[in-house]
Design a protein around this ligand. Sequence first.
Ligand SMILES: [Zn+2]
Length: 331
Amino acid sequence: MLGRQAGPVLSPMTDLPAISGPLPWQAELWAHLVQRVARDQLPHALLLGGVRHTGKSQLALALARLLLCHEPDDGHNCGRCHACNLSRAGSHGDFRYLEPAPKSRVIKIEQIRQVVEFANMTASLGRRKVVVLAPADAMNANAANAFLKVLEEPSADTHMILVCDRLQGLPATVRSRCQLLIMPLPSREHSLTWLDPITGSRQHSEALMTLADNRPLLAEQFYKEASIEDAKTRRGVLEALSRGQISGQQLAAALVNLSFDDALGEITGQLQRNIRAMDRGQLSSRRSRSLFELLDRVGNLQRAVENGANPNRQLIMDTVAAQFHLQLGNA
Ligand SMILES: [Zn+2]
């Protein structure tokens, strides 16, 4: 839904592509970081500040991957080494990601105590350990105090990356012990160029960026949530179709945003779900025969479209809906 209040956009390590890099507007900052890493001059505590929904967490996680990778390649993690495989699986022993516990908005002292313990351990795989705290201003006063100790006596091989939208929410004592890097807010044009391939249309990107107050990741989130809503609606219509209860017009409307090929693919997918849901005893029933027959017909249509046939879309949807009604309507 386009107007919905945004949730957090933190992505855990497992959601990132195998080789992780910066977002386009972070390129300059990233180049600076890569250089510091290569020279082994990265400060032990980095504080990534700046407006929300501009990709601070993504940058923190990409940097964590780079730091952990055994064979970094041209300013990126390699995506192939043992460390990269483990961090991708979310099971790298030298990495910790700290966020508020579910249903809590606070990072608590118990969580920080675990970080203190972690900082005192030796790295198990490589020569570095990495902790990402997001958002760092979620630490309560006790947690921030405990964390201060880690910052005051940093362990040589541990990197702390703090992500923070609200720097004033972080105690000055913590802030002053980190190197602050402010994440740039990308220009609207830059964001649109990034967003276009995701939405598939400049007009759509423009509308989303306006809704999102020019924050590209929020615009992307709005887009994905709208897609989720679309997908849910579509699923409901397809289920009704498999009970023979949908007209050609309703079917066409539910699939309007998909290519013809994809629309037929969705119908096939529904038939396959119906078939899978049957138990063995039902496989010789009349309904089962109908489902297989429909699967054949839709499959034939799909092949025709793939081979370049260009039939009237509405006419096909009318025919499909009528066949479903005929075959499954009394189920
Ligand atoms: Zn690697």
